[in-house]
Design a protein around this ligand. Sequence first.
Ligand code: GDP
Length: 315
Amino acid sequence: MSGPVLTLSGGVGGAKLVLGLSKILDGDDLVVACNTGDDFDHFGLRICPDIDSVLYALSGLSNQQRGWGRRDETWTFMSAIQDLKGPDWFNLGDGDLATHVLRSEFLRQGQSLNAVTAGLATRFGITANICPMTDDPVATVVQTPAGDLAFQHYFVREQCQPCVTGFRFDGIARARPNSQVIAALRADPKAIIIAPSNPYVSVDPILHIPGMLDSIKGANAPIVAVSPIVGGQAIKGPAAKMMSELGKDVSVLGIAQHYRDILDGLVIDHQDAHLAAEIESMGMRVHVAQTLMTNLETRVVLAQATLDFASEIAQ
Ligand code: GDP
């Protein structure tokens, strides 16, 4: 197991752990497969929220207070849009806008999303290998009793208010897994880590790309997740609300159930330690840790604990 560590990540929660991992692993030793099911076109620009959360986190540009976007952001563009009575439901800071403009321009010139992402990462001074899960378009659709909603309409415009009955990933049947992610899986990876991201709308799109799950299971590396649910609640975002609406157990047990076919181990918080034996009875190992990543130090400590847990499992 001399290969890299592959991490599957969504946006904000995933990026926190990825930042911790990036302080421990050098350059190409960290490969990150980012969800692109949230990607969409707005004002003619291609916006990739999860990739950008990872890029901003690793370049030190992310806004820690707000939890999304860039720090020291200005909003001249948005206020001009408002003056012109344009659609203002999706906030785009001026610095953030530059990322989307450049990405869209490179895509228009014919570069793949993988190449564009690698190029942006280099411009941001990032050495880890940040990859979109696929170069092909995949669009997460949220199913509700009132009908289907495009992911950003559900997440941002409707503020996650509608009740969720299920999800669909349009385009997934034709999506090919990112070649660098597959190369990492074939390069004897040290570990495959599922970051504490939303299981339904951040991690499932990655796992549902044809061939991805088989390659992950076939990699002969320990597969370890960090629970995004702590003490029966999501730290941020709709994961717990979705679990409840889907009739799942809103706890680390629900997370273990969701991933039970692939996980060798699950990292849970001290608050949930009493559920460890029940999770182990599902056929996976459990590591109890402080999983609230409130600052850089807690990100690095959790990343190291997750890597150590994976190597323990591998022995
Ligand atoms: P999104 O795509 O921006 O919604 O972000 P993700 O899917 O990557 O992350 C959302 C999940 O991250 C939520 O379910 C949160 O509970 C989880 N999360 C956020 N911060 C933390 C943290 O500090 N610790 C843990 N364990 N989970 C977190």
